[in-house]
Ligand binder design. Structure first.
Ligand SMILES: *Cc1c(COP(=O)(O)O)cnc(C)c1O
Length: 437
């Protein structure tokens, strides 16, 4: 199939996600034939360095031989079986492995199919827990300003994105937001830690006033991805943990984007030395191969549902819950972490990128250059109001997949990126920025 043929057919038959389809009259879709490592290839032999890990999911490269082999092996045994009333080895092994690796106390794994379904599960489980504990008024949730937790209706109710609120606000229940400790909002002379304290104090005031109706606080630990890679000090999480305990509110750590080593530790919560009541994982959990999400929770919460009555049990299911192929991809992904000293080699790669990117950091049109683990971001001062789209198109011409959010350019590359590829990424980005400022 030729590029142009595929484009026309895709525009007509496929409704692409979060896209004004009319834009594709002018802006071509990028048809991808195959992937290898950090590279995506189209049908004409052009290549693109996938610096956003295909919407933050890929960890160990496209077409990774070890993950491929695990899935192929599983295909020969069992592609799927329902998880209600049945079980299988991959889901048991994955649950035990995650329990061993996750922050202390998170011993029970409930599975969903994607990130948004993990958010739905955590919200429902939290409120149902309070109901089972004779506190049925606790049905509301709080989240951070500019937070993102998915786009189904429950998840949207804790997602603070103006575009979505305007379009779908009438459909969703109203939940409050509290100030985000986004380091870009620090006052002159205020440290990131001071800002975290200031925001924690606002959280405390909110909890004091409303805790009798609040089931849970949901946060993206350390980095708010969709907010434009907003980074913040771990002490905020420490305070949030203490305040949630004090006011009988669950803490939900949405590590869908930041988990699986992205922030430099396997889980971002580790950097604040806290255990949440719910830990959400998806995106990277299968190495970016197959949809799978997991909600990990404590024995305390599990026991509140453990009873003779059906109605005290957790009433939620998805057809593909705990799919064996996805679980095997996840096990292969965790196996790579275990055998390849991934976190250590990422530290070396991150230091290398930071050295190479010094000219970007000092660029007069670049502000707030920041880094956390394998995430980098900065704002670009540009005369172009359509900067994001221009940057995306120009990047393709420079063999890069860059997908800025507004004026924020970010890198979130697969962990298999090499030093040569890092140099290429930074050099090409510099050229692109110079064209657009
Ligand atoms: C991507 C994301 C989600 C939603 O996951 P989907 O698989 O896209 O539904 C939720 N929370 C965070 C932090 C995310 O980055």
């Amino acid at each position: 199939m030729h590029n142009t043929d595929l484009l026309t057919r895709s525009r007509s038959a496929v409704w692409h996600p979060c896209t004004q389809m009319k834009r594709h009259e002018k802006l071509p879709l990028v048809p991808i034939q195959r992937g290898d490592g950090v590279w995506l290839y189209d049908f004409d032999g052009h290549r693109y360095l996938d610096s956003v890990s295909s919407w933050w999911v890929n960890l160990f490269g496209h077409s990774n031989p070890r993950i491929n082999a695990a899935i192929i092996d599983q295909l020969g045994k069992l592609e799927h079986v329902m998880l209600a009333g049945f079980t299988h080895e991959p889901v048991v092994r994955l649950s035990e492995k995650l329990r061993e690796l996750a922050p202390a106390g998170l011993g029970h794994c409930f599975y969903g199919s994607d990130g948004a379904s993990a958010t739905e599960i955590a919200l429902k489980m939290s409120a149902h827990f309070w109901r089972n504990n004779n506190l049925p008024a606790k049905t509301q949730f709080i989240s951070l300003q500019n937070g993102y937790h998915g786009e189904t209706l429950g998840a949207l109710s804790v997602t603070d994105v103006a575009l979505f609120k305007d379009a779908y606000g009438a459909l969703i229940s109203k939940n409050a937001t509290v100030p985000s400790p986004d380091s870009r909002d620090a006052e002159p002379g205020e440290s990131e830690e001071d800002l975290a304290l200031r925001c924690a104090a606002k959280l405390e005031t909110h909890l004091q006033n409303y805790h009798t109706h609040i089931a849970a606080l949901i946060v993206e630990p350390l980095v708010q991805g969709a907010a434009g890679m907003a980074m913040y000090h771990p002490s905020y999480l420490k305070h949030a943990r203490e305040l949630c305990d004090q006011y009988q509110v669950h803490l939900i750590a949405d590590e869908i984007a930041v988990g699986m080593g992205r922030t430099g530790t396997l889980f971002a919560c580790e950097q604040a030395s806290i255990s949440p009541d719910f830990l959400l994982l998806s995106k990277g959990i299968t190495g970016g191969y197959l949809p799978l999400s997991v909600v990990m929770t404590t024995d305390h919460i599990f026991q509140a549902f453990y009873a003779d009555e059906v109605t005290r049990g957790f009433l939620h299911s998805h057809s593909y819950t705990g799919n064996p192929l996805a679980c095997r991809a996840a096990l292969a992904t965790l196996d790579i972490f275990a055998t390849d000293e991934v976190l250590n080699s990422n530290r070396i790669k991150a230091a290398f990128l930071n050295r190479i990117a010094a000219p970007l950091r000092e660029h007069s049109r670049i502000k707030n250059f920041r880094n956390c683990g394998m995430i980098w971001a900065f704002e670009v001062e540009t005369p172009h109001s359509d900067f994001a789209q221009r940057c995306f198109c120009l990047a393709l011409e420079h063999e890069l997949l860059l997908r800025p959010m507004g004026n924020t350019v970010y890198f979130m590359p697969p962990y298999v990126i090499s030093e040569n590829e890092i140099c290429f990424l930074v050099e090409q980005t510099s050229k692109i920025i110079n064209c657009l400022t």
